[in-house]
Write a protein that binds this ligand. Structure first.
Ligand SMILES: [Zn+2]
Length: 68
């Protein structure tokens, strides 16, 4: 229905540096679809906050920022 919105989400997904290396929930091993939030840290790494859709488990990962 809202094609513009989905295209925007798709192009945004390409900017996630680790989008092909999605973490799995430690509680139920379900794969995380997309980070809920991200934060650039002072040391140049990016922290991602993940939330499991299945059980609500929260997970924080970090990745070196390579795309910029
Ligand atoms: Zn889970």
């Amino acid at each position: 229905m809202n094609q513009q919105h989905s295209e925007n989400a798709l192009s945004r997904a390409m900017y996630w540096p680790r989008v092909r290396d999605l973490p799995r929930c430690e509680a139920c091993t379900d794969s995380m679809v997309a980070p809920e939030a991200s934060a650039l840290r002072a040391d140049g790494k990016v922290s991602y906050l993940w939330s499991c859709d299945s059980c609500g488990q929260s997970l924080v990962t970090s990745a070196a920022e390579a795309a910029q």
